[in-house]
Write a protein that binds this ligand. Structure first.
Ligand SMILES: *Cc1c(COP(=O)(O)O)cnc(C)c1O
Length: 438
């Protein structure tokens, strides 16, 4: 009998973020097609993509407008190196991203994935201080529970023990400061009170590190991989002010929360601040192609601008600024403008919130139902160790792709799910929860 796609995959493909042995009991799902918020499996089932295929997909699978832009670009130029050469898509994308920051972050440096964007931001921050004659500023601060990618450099600012601990001897660990996690509010306290307390701890760290901090890196408003930890924008305002006072860069990692995910195009806008360095990836190409970018302001760019080659930022990736990926990003930005996506998402997020309230707010095991724009989550009390895997399997059975983080069930749908689809997604989650807890 010929081997199935599933069997061949388990033999030849080493799957990410997976204990391969678990697939002895947990089936792998072969997907052969996509259509809007739906994934089509090899056996003809349709699954609602409730987490945008790991937070990347914004406008559905096989989006006709992004497809058309890519077809057009394919007939023109697939790739050219970006050292010594340039091309229309990368120029237009850089200008449009700068405009989206109100012109504040006018220089775009490209890579292919999020972890590389983190590495670039860390190296750029340190090197900028070094170029200014301050090489002792080489320490980084990150938030408790932070996730900024899993390459060795990015693990230094990633505080997820499961991903980090095995490699601890390889990593020069950053200092971790308390998370402003709104769930920590004591009775009578607001999320802003928690933010102010966390900012006091941040200040104590900056003080103790004695001028050696190059940058604070954080995920604005929602710490994704920590389990959709949400916090008040007040923390960003205070962190911005403290970074200024202690001469540290503020790096906003908007790889997950950028591109409209939290309600504004960039999450940091909700605090009325700008970072010194901004990392984008995931949704920027609409979920089509690997692309990441670090935006920085003029002052940082200027510290590298010199006749001395060693002062230059010599970092590179083979596929830096790939034209196809940039075209997918431009088509994505076009959709944001043409369809007024942020306004449409306000309604979509309201529907999602209402449906979740109806299904879960009175549930005995559900805690901390929370939402920021197109991200919603709740924690499950009394969840077993294998809750996440069992819920995932039960949701698949019920027709939805939902992949809890520990005991946190979260929803991050693409910006094309309509009300009936959101309703079906929430119903699948409710069924999966009952089955998992039974
Ligand atoms: C996903 C993610 C990354 C890493 O991006 P990859 O493309 O997976 O390397 C970094 N930071 C945040 C906040 C992320 O969500």
């Amino acid at each position: 009998m010929p081997a199935t796609l599933l069997q061949r995959s388990l033999t030849a493909v080493w799957h990410p973020c997976t204990q391969m042995k678990h697939h002895e009991t947990l089936p792998l799902t072969p997907v052969v097609g996509g259509e809007g918020p739906w994934l089509v499996t090899e056996d003809g089932r349709r699954l609602l993509d409730g987490i945008s295929s790991w937070w990347v997909n914004l406008f559905g699978h096989c989006n006709p407008r992004i497809n058309a832009a890519l077809r057009d670009q394919l007939e023109r130029l697939e790739h050219v190196l970006l050292a010594g050469f340039t091309h229309p898509p990368v120029v237009e994308l850089s200008e449009r991203l700068a405009a989206l920051t109100g012109g504040a972050l006018g220089h775009a440096f490209y890579a292919s994935d999020g972890a590389s964007a983190t590495e670039i931001a860390l190296k750029m921050s340190f090197h900028a201080w070094r170029n200014r004659g301050l090489p002792h500023k080489n320490r980084f601060l990150c938030l408790e529970g932070s996730y900024h990618g899993e390459t060795v450099g990015a693990l230094a600012v990633t505080d997820v023990p499961l991903f980090r601990d095995a490699y601890a001897p390889l990593v020069r660990q950053a200092s971790t400061v308390p998370s402003p996690d709104a769930r920590r509010a004591a009775p009578g306290e607001t999320a802003a009170d928690v933010a102010r307390r966390a900012a006091e701890a941040l200040e104590a760290h900056l003080e103790a590190e004695n001028g050696q901090v190059a940058a604070l890196i954080l995920e604005p408003l929602v710490q994704g991989a920590a389990g959709m930890v949400m916090y008040d924008p007040e923390y960003l305002r205070l962190a911005r002010a403290l970074c200024d006072r202690y001469q540290a860069h503020l790096i906003c990692d908007e790889i997950a929360v950028g591109c409209g995910r939290t309600g504004t195009f960039f999450a940091h806008e909700q605090a009325g601040i700008r970072p010194d360095l901004l990392c984008l990836s995931k949704g920027i190409s609409g979920g089509y192609l690997p692309l990441s970018v670090v935006l920085c302001h003029e002052e940082i760019f200027r510290t590298f601008y010199d006749s001395d080659t060693r002062k230059a930022f010599l970092h590179s990736h083979s596929y830096t600024g790939n034209p196809l990926a940039c075209r997918a990003a431009l088509a994505t930005l076009d959709i944001f403008e043409e369809d007024d996506v942020l306004a449409a998402n306000r309604k979509r997020a309201e529907s999602l919130g209402r449906l979740l309230e109806e299904a879960f707010s009175g549930h005995a095991a559900v805690r901390h139902l929370r939402q920021r724009g197109m991200i919603a989550a709740f924690d499950v009390e009394g969840a077993a160790d294998d809750f996440s895997r069992r819920f995932f399997a039960a949701a698949l059975e019920a027709g939805a792709l939902l992949r809890p983080i520990g005991n946190t069930v979260y929803f991050m749908p693409p910006y094309v799910m309509d009300e009936p689809e959101l309703r079906a997604l929430v119903a699948a989650a409710a069924g999966a929860l009952e089955q998992t807890l039974a």
